[in-house]
Design a protein around this ligand. Sequence first.
Ligand SMILES: Nc1ncnc2c1ncn2[C@@H]1O[C@H](COP(=O)(O)OP(=O)(O)OP(=O)(O)O)[C@@H](O)[C@H]1O
Ligand SMILES: [Mg+2]
Length: 237
Amino acid sequence: SKLILHKNPLSPEAEAFKKLKFNIDILTKEFPKIIAVTSIIENEGKSTIVANLAIAYSLAGYKTLIIDGDLRKPSLHKIFETPNEHGFTELVTKNILKPYPSRFQNLFILPAGEDSLNVLKILDAFDLRKIRELLTENFDVVILDTPPVLPVAEVNTLADFAGHLLLVVRADYTPKKLLFEFETSIPENIRLIGFVLNFYKRAESHYRYYKYYHHETEKENNSLSNLLKKLKIVKED
Ligand SMILES: Nc1ncnc2c1ncn2[C@@H]1O[C@H](COP(=O)(O)OP(=O)(O)OP(=O)(O)O)[C@@H](O)[C@H]1O
Ligand SMILES: [Mg+2]
């Protein structure tokens, strides 16, 4: 099971997700909030982190919604074993918000939806403000899974919609050059709140959240690039 917080709530991995939630709350004080989670390339652990972070919020008593915004390769309906008949696609194209309950209290799942494949057409219909309103009227926390930044075009739209962006970096895997390119090309309207280092092998755990990086105030000395260079954990190209 990928649901660490459920399977083994007292493990170091579960603790790491509670800490991650805590740090996000320090950096994004307001509720309701929408957070998009992305990574540079595939398979860095986005969906796993979305799932467990959302469980952490729901355990803390917040009414939480997971949205599967990875319309090309949806996976959250599989992780949470819900249907995928209607979801994000219907929300964007028809303003219908009908999430599925999960087996966790306070936690709801909005999968990609069955007809999710025509991504660009779907996102064309995106009335950001209206949908944001609908979501924040109904939920305290919304966590949005997205496709990787490369090779896909829609991440900026999704991150702009969310307002907050969390970047997953997979140790020894994320290509350094692409990561640095991404960091220096983030549009002004998107707030990168920090990154989660995944697959970092230290002591007994793989799920170590390592260091939080605050993009706005520490840009100069503590940029993501500098930090990762120091840690020497990103893949050399
Ligand atoms: N810290 C970890 N330790 C071990 N396995 C992990 C860890 N994080 C994720 N995985 C596993 O790695 C695989 C990829 O994870 P996941 O599907 O969450 O990544 P993703 O970034 O959402 O991928 P995609 O780009 O395909 O959507 C999954 O099999 C998941 O169970
Ligand atoms: Mg995924």
